[in-house]
Design a protein around this ligand. Structure first.
Ligand code: GLY
Length: 557
């Protein structure tokens, strides 16, 4: 529901209290939207802790950045509680419906039907975000869920002015959205793209959020919202049942940890591949002094580490509740040393020389991330997603909830043999109730003197972005620098270094090509990193938001 009011740009002017404290402590928040950052501070002002603030920021992003995350999606919240050092990963990743099966996106000849796992109701997995919010609030917060959801409900009711980034994402999915009247009624202006700074109101979403606020998980997973969702999804060709919603549970998992040159890395464990791939790549790189190598060799070594770590992603990673993952081996430094022994400083290793399924990952651009830390060190790194911009494009009328298209993160055609006769991708095959493998990489980096919290959207490129930021942290740079690092990426397949325009100099492009790399400039700058930093000695905080996006990083004091 859009209203043209250009003057309403004033609605995005954000008021920050000068007394934004959690338990009396200063707090830094970086998120992808100013109103989401403001929601976090509003809840801190009401006496909330960083976990309450995380509920408020997550819910606000679901409203003001509906391109990236929402109640119809899922994600990961990585938490650290300073008083007892407790750390956990709330895995609120979506699950495949119970009626899902391996061949659901294949035609009669066993070939993948394009877009079936991306667009429309059949692409939607069972959302984990509402359950994640309830769990985070009830188990770790101090305030009632309804209090922490209040800013999001207000934004949905009163509306906010849409920005350039929103419009860019909408353009990507506008033809899809036109096919679904309930979605078009919310996001389009009489079937057309809205004007910049139009006011977007989402009363149905406000109602759904209010049900969640009043009734907890039952407000979404049973009762009238659940009935509407199941009926609407099935009418549109999906396969949800009431049992899918009623039985959905988040999981709490032990985060994965590693060490890189005196930095402790803590990150997401499976069902996300993010932490394992990040730590494996850093383990490979720990055998080099990247500060002393020339830039061409440095980028070559980083690329070769990415290649090998993403290769293991394809072979071994999936939902840990369904498959055995050799986590210990993948995180082992001697295992990384073995991978390093195949790495030549002068020559790229063609990916086809590595075994495994030649699976191409899609370059999803959306998702969202926020980072929070207080001066005591309590912190949250959260990466949340509905997958592609506007997810599946499908909204069940009357709910305001954009459903995800995370089913596309499964391997739709596993079991295919590669040129070596090896079978790959089985680890991430579709199965009823299974979580699809993610690349989301909410991460903490900690030294004796500093704690960093960071992450970004960006599909399969999330992990390489966090890797480059971690290496920049290791150089001694701060958040402003990490979020702006020029990006390049290699994900095993396709066998190509993709780089942001200007990220590589002409000499680097020539030098990397001479080592045997193929290179391709990315179509656009990618990622939207949000990062915060605590200096332990003087308890000073800093925060930065990626200039590629429209986020806001604030230290409350
Ligand atoms: N849907 C993006 C990811 O989970 O990696």
């Amino acid at each position: 529901m859009l209203k043209k009011r250009y003057t309403a740009i004033i609605l995005i002017v954000v008021f920050f209290s000068t007394q934004a404290y959690a338990d009396g402590h200063k707090v830094a928040i970086a998120s992808a939207h100013p109103l989401a950052t403001a929601a976090g501070f509003e809840i801190l002002d009401k006496g909330g802790n960083v976990f309450d603030a995380a509920v408020a920021v997550s819910a606000a992003l679901a409203v003001v950045e509906p391109t990236g995350s929402g109640l119809g999606g899922g994600g990961y919240w990585l938490l650290h509680r300073e008083k007892d050092g407790f750390e956990t990963l709330i895995d609120g990743r979506e699950k495949a419906p119970l009626a899902a099966h391996k061949a659901m996106y294949l035609d009669k000849d066993g070939q993948v039907i394009p877009k079936l796992s991306l667009d429309g109701a059949l692409a939607a997995a069972i959302p984990g975000m509402p359950a994640g919010l309830v769990h985070l609030s009830e188990k770790y917060g101090k305030l009632p869920l309804a209090t922490s959801l209040a800013p999001a409900i207000r934004y949905a009711q009163t509306g906010y002015a849409i920005g350039d980034r929103y419009l860019k994402m909408l353009k990507v999915r506008v033809e899809l959205i036109k096919q679904y009247p309930a979605t078009a009624a919310i996001f389009l202006d009489n079937g057309k793209l809205p004007q910049p700074y139009s006011i977007l109101r989402q009363p149905d979403l406000a109602h759904t959020l209010t049900q969640l606020a009043n009734s907890g998980r039952d407000g979404f997973y049973s009762g009238c919202i659940a009935d509407k969702l199941v009926k609407g999804v099935n009418k549109a060709g999906g396969i949800w049942t009431k049992e899918d919603l009623e039985t959905y549970q988040i999981a709490e998992r032990k985060p994965v940890t590693g060490q890189y040159k005196g930095i402790k890395i803590t990150s997401a464990s499976p069902s996300s591949s993010g932490g394992i791939v990040l730590i494996e790549a850093l383990n490979i790189l720990s055998g080099y002094d990247l500060q002393k190598t020339d830039e061409i060799t440095r980028k070559h070594l980083i690329t070769e580490a990415m290649r090998r770590a993403y290769h293991d992603r394809t072979l071994y990673l999936g939902d840990a509740d369904f498959i055995d993952i050799p986590v210990k081996r993948l995180l082992n430094e001697d295992y990384a040393a073995g991978l390093r022994s195949s790495l030549r400083p002068d020559k790229a290793l063609p990916s086809e020389m590595l075994s495994g399924e030649l699976e191409q990952q899609r370059e999803g651009t959306n998702t969202t991330h926020f980072s929070i830390i207080d001066e005591e060190g309590n912190r949250v790194a959260a990466t949340l997603s509905i997958n592609f911009p506007f997810g599946s494009g499908f909204v069940v009328a009357g709910t305001g909830v954009v459903l995800n298209d995370e089913m596309d993160d499964f391997s739709s055609l596993p079991g295919a043999m590669n040129g070596y006769g090896l079978v790959g991708g089985v680890a991430n095959a579709i199965a009823p109730g299974k979580r699809m493998l993610s690349s989301m990489t909410p991460t903490f980096l900690e030294t004796d003197t500093q704690v960093a919290v960071l992450g970004t959207p960006g599909g399969s490129r999330i992990i390489s972005m966090v890797l480059l930021a971690a290496l920049d942290f290791a150089k001694g740079n701060g958040p402003e620098s990490w979020v702006q690092v020029p990006r390049f990426h290699h994900q095993f397949m396709p066998d190509v270094i993709e780089y942001e325009k200007g990220a590589l100099s002409d000499a680097e492009i020539t030098g990397l090509a001479a080592k045997g790399h193929q290179l391709k400039v990315a179509r656009y700058a990618y990622g939207d990193m949000q990062a915060v930093l605590l200096n332990k000695a003087n308890k000073s905080l800093s925060a930065a938001s990626d200039k590629r996006g429209e986020g806001r990083a604030v230290v409350g004091h």
